[in-house]
Design a protein around this ligand. Structure first.
Ligand SMILES: Nc1nc2c(ncn2[C@@H]2O[C@H](COP(=O)(O)OP(=O)(O)OP(=O)(O)O)[C@@H](O)[C@H]2O)c(=O)[nH]1
Ligand SMILES: [Zn+2]
Length: 189
């Protein structure tokens, strides 16, 4: 179980600073729980991507597009420390290697479980898939809703941010990009 006394003490101070009584029954264990939750939500900093991929790379027998779509995504916006939640779609065209199916959502999580902006998260995922597969091209699209624009600030409940990162043939060739976009569209709400 994750445990971090300094973070726990900081949460205790936050409770006092917002005018709460940190010793009342309902809040007694809250600093510890909040510290553990924050550590969980940022555990991506501890991930070693090489270890996570674990050499799960296999010989490619075709060079057709591979797509993993609708990968659930939970991250924290680095400006407000509030969640952004959505879906990530990943596509690539293998050359010599395909990557183990489970490794794609694992890579998504390793970068999402950090303080992020959606644009950087999208790029980090694409660059990592390219690095390990040496693919001909990679496309990543993230559609997400940011609680910092829903619960506070501009208070827009229905806006969705879409970001994309297209590398190699996905960037060069509009037909490849269009095929990817058409295939992920089929999946979306
Ligand atoms: N581009 C981008 N912006 C983000 C992301 N997450 C949060 N933001 C924005 O970061 C900006 C920070 O702007 P500031 O003006 O410093 O913060 P603020 O006063 O809280 O802004 P408001 O929400 O407009 O009240 C806001 O416009 C947020 O909506 C993200 O993933 N990508
Ligand atoms: Zn924010």
């Amino acid at each position: 179980m994750l445990y971090c006394p300094p973070v726990e003490n900081l949460y205790k101070a936050i409770l006092a600073a917002i005018g709460e009584d940190a010793s009342r029954e309902g809040l007694r264990d809250t600093p510890r729980r909040a510290a553990q939750a924050m550590q969980y939500l940022t555990k991506g900093y501890q991930e070693d991507i090489d270890r996570l991929v674990n050499n799960a790379l296999f010989e490619a027998e075709s060079d057709d597009m591979v797509i993993v779509r609708d990968i659930e995504l939970y991250s924290l916006c680095e400006h407000h420390l509030l969640p952004f939640i959505g879906k990530c779609h990943v596509g690539y065209i293998p050359t010599r290697k395909i990557i183990g199916l489970s490794k794609i959502p694992r890579i998504v999580d390793a970068y999402a479980r950090r303080l992020q902006v959606q644009e950087r998260l999208t790029k980090q995922i694409a660059n990592t898939i390219l690095k390990y597969t040496q693919a001909d091209g990679v496309g990543v699209v993230i559609e997400a809703q940011h609680l910092c624009t829903m619960m506070r600030g501009v208070e827009k409940q229905n806006s969705v941010m879409t970001t994309s990162c297209m590398l190699g043939s996905f960037r060069r060739e509009s037909a490849t990009r269009a095929e990817f976009m058409a295939l992920i569209r089929k999946s979306s709400r």
